[in-house]
Write a protein that binds this ligand. Sequence first.
Ligand SMILES: Cc1cc2nc3c(=O)[nH]c(=O)nc-3n(C[C@H](O)[C@H](O)[C@H](O)COP(=O)(O)O)c2cc1C
Ligand SMILES: [Fe+2]
Ligand SMILES: [Fe+2]
Length: 398
Amino acid sequence: MYKISERIHYIGVNDEQKTLFEGLWPLPHGVSYNSYLIKDEKTALIDTVEHGFEDEFISNITSCINDGNIDYLVVNHMEPDHSSLISMILERYPDLKIIANAKTLPMLKGYHGVSEDRVKIVQEGESVSLGSCSLQFFMAPMVHWPETMVTWLPEENTLFSGDAFGTFGKIAQDPTDKAGTFDEFENEMRRYYSNIVGKYGNPVQSALKKLSSLEIKRICSTHGPIWAENIDKVVSLYDRLSRYETEKGVCIVYGSMYGNTATAAKELAKALENMGVPYALHDLAGNDSSREDGLGISGALMDVFKYDTIAVGSPTYNNGIFPPIETFMKALSARLIKNRRFFAFGSYTWAGASVRLLNGMASEFGFEILSDGGSFPQAFSKEKFNIEEAAVLLAGNK
Ligand SMILES: Cc1cc2nc3c(=O)[nH]c(=O)nc-3n(C[C@H](O)[C@H](O)[C@H](O)COP(=O)(O)O)c2cc1C
Ligand SMILES: [Fe+2]
Ligand SMILES: [Fe+2]
């Protein structure tokens, strides 16, 4: 528990045990599930936390209110990382009412068997008074589920934003950011956005527009630090990410069975390095623990959202694309990535197909194909695959 202001208390938890978020995304620095308790004439909880943290959550609550009652539980988002402990809270506080919107109701019933008489349904813009302060609700559909809403506490200029402005990474005991906290979390925030929310650029833009008239002084998201000092930087990063804005640089993503495509990828990285072009290199073969950064596709997506150019290396595999690279290409499609410069390369032995197929997928996404010349037979050599020429294309001359 940590007191944020006279009324607002942080009662979330750090998860340092889970290795994969949503069973997919590595958590080398952990993740926090944030929940808040607002103490006024009435007491309100904002969201709960993930299964497995029952004792810590209850102890955080009781250190705020002892045996006191809780009047409301605001459910901003039904994804189980925030809603798992709803049943437990309903049982422990029999007079408590859930505040949620109409789209949340069937999910409350389906996950927790909640009966309608325990739910107060709120509409867009509606306020509920807690005494000296009030909670106001704004719908933020698809950020990142359809029922998502955010909660505004005008008397404290505080936005409880759900997953919006969230980031991977465990947080300090004092959860409010300091001057350097944004820099510390920037990569994990980009990785969280690209992995989890990346498909929903337009809904995020709509939510940002809707919230732009609020004078926000504190953002209490469901994952990561509370933002106060760094609000401009955090909102600006989410704005750029949801507009698919990039900076100049190359995200090299490759998979390789016997090392030939891998050698080409590393030579390409070396050439970019020599030219002073920003780049990132991501190996998608094998499992997370066998890779240098342990991030695999999760890290690759992070850098796809950062750089304007993507170079993809895949050997030809049963007349097709090497499976982990095909999965990566599907992940780009699922996230509606557009406006990228694209270059494919890779080894084959008897009939190359991967480069042609990759370029085909990329042109369907509307990417600019920089060259169709990245395919080479058997072992890598600079005679078969002109690295310098490829690096000049990738560097571009914008
Ligand atoms: C399961 C498997 C399927 C393959 N399918 C093809 C193919 O359809 N066409 C082809 O030209 N080479 C095929 N190859 C050969 C690889 O493309 C070749 O070994 C290439 O050099 C591997 O690149 P790497 O060293 O980057 O893994 C296949 C290899 C394996 C192991
Ligand atoms: Fe979520
Ligand atoms: Fe979440």
